[in-house]
Write a protein that binds this ligand. Structure first.
Ligand code: FAD
Length: 294
């Protein structure tokens, strides 16, 4: 099984795609349509998120197993420490290995129900992602990714502390990091500089949200933890009543962001798909990230 890091170390930049687990059969059909459409474009890897609430965890495990056995894609499973004892985490990791998933994005996760509520670790569980990286590493030959935050994690007191803990995750054995959503290339590049200045040369991949609707813009604001820059709002807000115009301008803005990141030498772009393929296909086509045969 190819590892994510092998696919990131090629001569040319690549792209990857993120999905969330289906909740029902209708969802599952939508997810699989998107997976099949994107498979044709040979993404470096695909990932499926791990639900914080519990209910979608089986969906993650089922879907990633199916990707591993029925597609040509390199699968990466997200895993969080939320509400899991170490014994349960070992089970999930063992199960991932058993179905052929050798790439894991190791996350701490948020308190269920209220992401900003107090983080209370499971009494027999783990406190931070760093410990999960360590656990995954101790259980086999896994390629491990971690999260990174261009504006700092919302709970971090300052950027220096945030960088220090990120570097600890790399030192614990993480191979690469995927950055939370951000608005301007410089926001990501400053994160990359902070990590390099701390003496760490691990790869950082920008997370990219195709801005197709006002909802995706609001989701980006929510996940990034900062307000969108005035210039972007001035560009998109006047179009919020015109779906077609908003989508066109939003995808132009994201294309410009990605072009700048590629010019700055990022090895890959990680797209949030929301289980749809159209916008990602359009963007990777514009950016020349699609193999000639696709
Ligand atoms: C690319 C990406 C994918 C994601 N996928 C999912 C998903 O599938 N499911 C899901 O539920 N959530 C997901 N999340 C959200 C993530 O779970 C939350 O952001 C969560 O709040 C933090 O997880 P973490 O792994 O960054 O935690 P950590 O790295 O453990 O950090 C949490 C906080 O603790 C601090 N910290 C870290 N280590 C230490 C330490 N040793 N001592 C003291 N403080 C420390 C950090 O600075 C930070 O403030 C994802 C986020 C990203 C960026």
């Amino acid at each position: 099984m190819t590892s994510v890091i092998e696919r990131l170390r090629g001569d040319t930049p690549v792209f990857s795609v993120e999905f969330f687990p289906p909740r029902d059969e209708a969802d599952e059909a939508v997810l699989w349509r998107a997976i099949r459409e994107l498979e044709q474009l040979d993404p470096a890897y695909m990932s499926i998120t791990y639900g914080a609430g519990g209910s979608s965890r089986d969906g993650t495990i089922r879907s990633i197993a199916r990707v591993a056995t029925e597609t040509t894609l390199v699968p990466m499973a997200h895993l969080t420490a939320v509400n899991h004892s170490v014994a349960e985490l070992r089970n999930v990791i063992g199960w991932y290995a058993a179905v052929g998933v050798r790439n894991i994005l190791a996350l701490r996760g948020d308190p269920p129900g209220d992401p900003y509520g107090e983080w209370i670790p499971h009494p027999e569980g783990l406190g931070f992602a760093e410990e999960l990286v360590d656990l995954v590493r101790s259980l086999g030959d896994f390629c491990v990714g971690v999260s990174a935050f261009p504006y700092g994690h919302p709970r971090s007191p300052d950027l220096d502390t945030d960088t220090r803990y990120l570097v600890r995750k790399f030192n614990a054995g993480a191979d690469f990091g995927i950055a939370q959503l951000f608005f301007e290339a410089d926001d990501f590049l400053r994160l990359r500089d902070r990590v390099a200045a701390a003496g760490c040369d691990k790869l950082l991949i920008p997370g990219i949200m195709p801005l197709t609707t006002p909802r995706t813009l609001h989701k980006t604001i929510e996940l990034s933890g900062v307000d969108a820059p005035r210039a972007l709002l001035d560009r998109l807000e006047p179009l919020s009543g015109d779906a077609k115009a908003f989508r066109a301008e939003g995808l132009d803005a994201v294309t410009e962001l990605c072009e700048r990141l590629l010019a700055e030498g990022v090895p890959a772009l990680h797209f949030y798909t929301f289980n749809r393929s159209k916008a990602t296909r359009e963007l990777v086509g514009r950016l020349g990230l699609v193999p000639a045969r696709a």
